[in-house]
Ligand binder design. Structure first.
Ligand SMILES: Nc1ncnc2c1ncn2[C@@H]1O[C@H](COP(=O)(O)OP(=O)(O)OP(=O)(O)O)[C@@H](O)[C@H]1O
Length: 230
């Protein structure tokens, strides 16, 4: 059982506190969903966890090993993968070349193609020519090739058609069911809650809801109130 544990985490940007005293956890085989209005601090949270930006206080551990001071590469070797917002691909390289960049031990391509057969069909196509949905599959598949214990995905649905979003959500659920711990930051609250286990709602850098996804899904008024405050 792998577990990401976040305790009293604080992160500042331009010397202003953006995440304050945040506690959360993600267990192997489960999806923790992070929701919140624009500017709540969701992306900052993931960037602090993966080491893109430094944290100013608190503890982050994977299976009891503290990583909050480690360099990004070390955090990756400890089992943390971060799929950033914006689908960062090498657009001049083919789909398969993009995947090969991330191969650690030479294996894993067939698993990536099994998860997303669309990528196998498009393996020789330049990644810049893939659809938005295919590019999102590519960045998730690339992250998986590092064989993470914890996969963090930021706004994978942005700009995609609902049918593609559902396809991606189902794939993420399957990944969790095979034992991965998933931390999913999403704007599409209802869809994310429908595949998630635990939900956190952030407002102004703090957690204002920590509970199970089905309960929040059944209480849209509560979700609305949590987003807007009051
Ligand atoms: N590079 C930066 N420098 C300074 N402040 C930043 C920077 N990036 C974000 N912020 C600020 O940090 C706060 C949180 O932003 P963040 O992007 O983490 O929120 P978010 O919840 O992910 O929002 P969104 O859903 O819009 O992506 C905002 O007030 C934002 O203006």
């Amino acid at each position: 059982m792998s577990e990401l544990v976040i305790s009293s985490l604080s992160i500042s940007r331009a010397e202003l506190p953006v995440v304050t005293g945040l506690d959360a956890r993600v267990e192997s085989g489960s999806i923790s969903v992070v929701l919140g209005a624009n500017g709540a601090g969701k992306t900052t949270l993931l960037e602090g966890l993966s080491g893109v930006i430094p944290v100013s206080g608190g503890v982050v551990s994977i299976d009891g090993r503290e990583i909050q001071k480690a360099r990004p590469g070390q955090r990756s070797r400890e089992g943390l993968a971060h799929v950033e917002q914006g689908r960062t691909i090498f657009s001049q390289l083919t789909t398969e070349e993009n995947l090969r960049v991330a191969l650690r031990d030479g294996s894993g391509l067939s698993e990536a193609y099994a998860l997303f057969p669309e990528l196998l069909q498009r393996r020789s196509v330049r990644a810049g020519l893939l659809s938005g949905g295919e590019q999102q599959m590519l960045v998730i598949a690339r992250a998986l090739l590092t064989r993470p214990k914890v996969l963090m995905i930021d706004e994978m649905s942005a700009g995609l058609a609902p049918v593609i979003v559902s396809r991606l959500m189902a794939a993420v659920r399957r990944l969790a069911d095979t034992g991965l711990a998933v931390l999913l930051v999403e704007q599409f609250a209802a869809l994310a809650l429908s595949i998630g286990d635990r939900a956190y709602v952030m407002r102004r850098g703090r957690v204002v809801y920590d509970g199970d996804c089905p309960s929040l899904l059944r209480a849209p008024d509560e979700l609305h109130r949590l987003y807007l405050g009051g």
